[in-house]
Design a protein around this ligand. Structure first.
Ligand code: VAH
Length: 320
């Protein structure tokens, strides 16, 4: 049985669906801090769970015969800066609770998302490598690099099969943006369809590593399915999808929505974005578990607009 924390979040919403498709609805228990939610619980077991409550987590794991935990609950970069110590507590104490329960209950596998936010201004801007310097400038990045060391520690000390991916900025149509710096690339699609314009909080040339959610979900399942002996990285794998700046994304949207207009009003999130690399080298993921992305900025934009146009009742011009 698989338990997912943060199941209502940007990754959780999609990952629960994919895990339920793969393992059966009743084998995947969705949990999140909020009360009973809409889709997730309608489609399978859902429990309200505060991941900071180690006792509740352990009780749930024992009572439901949990063998795998996907620990997705966390505060993202921009929101994290508004409450540094609270974000540190949530991101770190929850991970340690999960690692301790996994060790005590001898769970088969744990997945935990890290982020390209572990890199700082001194890391290479292009093709930032697996072993590039990790001097993060945000609380979120600090909590992610610290978490990576704890994951490696629980693997080395207790043999826990924990696996992790340094996700780029993730883009999906199902969950609204959740306080991340890369979430302009989610908002822009909603605004383009709702009002035909978007005021971007990053400057037009801010190039960041991104990934479309279907690629991110597939990468997660492929990593977790890889033979244990192939896994050479027990901190967290660099993973690359596609890189673009707001101007390139806006141009791709304008191809399909000719009247779309973007303006730029950089805010505090610009400093966070400036500290991150523009593209990632994921050679090790390709080598260890044969990773390859499938979406580029055009196919991602087409898919996003097609899914969201329905929600906003917008007629898209036919793609030539
Ligand atoms: C954020 N979406 O913006 C997350 C992600 C690389 C960015 O970690 O905080």
């Amino acid at each position: 049985t698989i338990l997912v924390t943060g199941a209502c979040g940007q990754i959780g919403t999609e990952l629960v669906k994919a895990l339920r498709q793969k393992y059966g609805k009743d084998s995947v228990i969705a949990t999140d801090i909020r009360e009973v939610t809409d889709a997730l619980c309608a489609d399978g077991p859902y429990f309200k769970l505060d991941v900071l409550d180690r006792y509740e987590l352990e009780k749930l794991a024992i009572n439901l015969g949990v063998t795998h935990i996907y620990h997705l609950a966390a505060v993202l970069s921009a929101n994290g800066e508004k409450n540094p110590l609270g974000s540190w507590d949530l991101n770190m104490k929850s991970l340690l609770n999960v690692l301790e329960v996994a060790r005590a209950e001898n769970l088969k596998q744990v997945f935990w998302p890290s982020s390209i936010a572990v890199f700082g201004p001194d890391a290479p801007k292009e093709l930032c490598g697996q072993d590039a310097p990790t001097l993060p400038t945000t609380v979120y990045g600090i909590s992610k690099i610290a978490g990576e060391h704890w994951c490696r520690y629980y693997n080395e000390q207790y043999g826990l099969d924990i696996r992790s991916i340094r996700y780029p900025g993730l883009i999906s149509y199902s969950a609204q943006a959740g306080g991340g710096t890369t979430d302009y690339a989610v908002d822009i699609f909603h605004q383009a369809l709702k009002s035909g314009q978007y005021q971007c909080f990053l400057s037009e040339e801010t190039r960041l590593p991104m990934m479309y959610m279907p690629d991110a979900v597939r990468a997660t399942l492929e990593l977790m399915d890889a033979p244990n002996e192939n896994i050479t990285i027990r901190s967290s794998y660099n993973l690359a999808g596609l890189s673009f700046n707001p101007a390139e994304l806006a141009a791709t949207i304008t191809n399909q929505l000719p009247d779309f207009e973007i303006s730029y009003q950089p805010d505090a999130r610009q400093q966070i974005a400036n500290s991150w690399p523009g593209s990632i080298d994921d050679t090790q993921a390709k080598k260890d578990w044969n990773w390859k992305p499938e979406y580029d900025v055009y196919s991602m934009t087409t898919d996003m607009l097609q899914h969201l146009a329905v929600a906003y009742n917008v007629e898209l011009p036919l793609q030539t």
